[in-house]
Design a protein around this ligand. Structure first.
Ligand SMILES: Nc1ncnc2c1ncn2[C@@H]1O[C@H](COP(=O)(O)OP(=O)(O)OP(=O)(O)O)[C@@H](O)[C@H]1O
Ligand SMILES: [Mg+2]
Length: 260
């Protein structure tokens, strides 16, 4: 069974792509078969953040009905599967977001976890990822504009019959305390799943086109990503990133078990 999470925020620049890239990496590190998809088809950058060099086939061609999702899937760290979007405007124009459901159907047997990175805003390209997700995760920064935009997305999600699973509070600063976090929960009416601190390692890793959880596994943000991934995968978080990857035999056994 595939479990699909749409990572969204309303407001731009809150950390959707960073969260998608690093949660995906951390889930793969825990041995979970995970696929991340860039549904930000106009301003695609998940492939860039993940350091993919050449991506001749992308989600653009898949959603234009010209390629299969397998052909647009590239391998990332720990066997993470990445479906990037293309950079061309023509590709963006030809891609039909309605085909996203078929893409997910094609991935059902290949992944346990599917994370969809989304564009900012509430345009039609966001609605489809909100519709197809089992759970929508809101990436919120501790500031009022981010909170207001996240609330709009929450209302939109519920209007179209989707479910908001919770909030990831990204770029949390030391001033944040239990009271302000409770205010965020109360305003949005959904629980805060966890917080990711403001961490300069995130930018440094992005500059090196590598997820922070790979480039700086000991950083505070990486620890937070592993903690959230462990919760999602329902396993205890482990501190040592070198010891978390399952061996081949364990993965093989689990894959067999899953198909039964
Ligand atoms: N926890 C963090 N600490 C420090 N910098 C961060 C953190 N999270 C994200 N950033 C930085 O913030 C910027 C925006 O992040 P990101 O691209 O992930 O946001 P986004 O929501 O995907 O943006 P967009 O709406 O444009 O798609 C990036 O430069 C990223 O490196
Ligand atoms: Mg983004």
């Amino acid at each position: 069974m595939i479990r699909a999470y749409t990572i969204t925020s309303g407001k731009g620049g809150t950390g959707k792509t960073t969260v998608t890239a690093n949660l995906g990496t951390a889930l793969a590190q825990y041995g979970r078969e995970t696929c991340i998809i860039d549904t930000d088809m106009g301003m695609a950058n998940l492939g860039l953040v993940m350091g993919l060099a050449e991506t001749p086939v992308t989600l653009h061609e898949v959603l234009a009905g010209k390629a299969r999702v397998q052909d647009a899937t590239y391998e990332g760290p720990y066997g993470l599967k990445i479906v990037p979007s293309g950079l061309s405007l023509k590709g963006f124009r030809d891609a039909d977001p309605k085909r996203l459901k078929d893409v997910m159907h094609d991935l059902t047997d290949r992944c346990e976890f599917l994370l969809l990175d989304t564009p900012a805003g509430i345009g039609s390209d966001v609605v489809m990822p909100l519709t197809v997700a089992d759970e929508v995760i809101l990436v919120v920064n501790p500031e009022i504009s981010s909170l207001v935009d996240a609330l709009k997305i929450k209302i939109l999600t519920e209007m179209i019959g989707g479910t908001v699973g919770g909030v990831i509070l990204n770029r949390a600063t030391l001033e944040g305390n239990d009271t302000s976090w409770r205010k965020i929960e109360k305003t949005l009416g959904v629980p805060i799943i966890d917080t990711i601190p403001e961490d300069a390692h995130v930018r440094r890793a992005a500059a090196a086109r590598t997820p922070v959880s790979v480039k700086f596994p000991g950083s505070e943000s990486s620890k937070a990503f592993r903690r959230i991934a462990a919760t999602m995968a329902d396993i205890p978080a482990r501190e040592d990133p070198e010891t978390v990857q399952e061996g081949f035999i364990e993965r093989f056994a689990r894959a067999l078990f899953r198909r039964e």
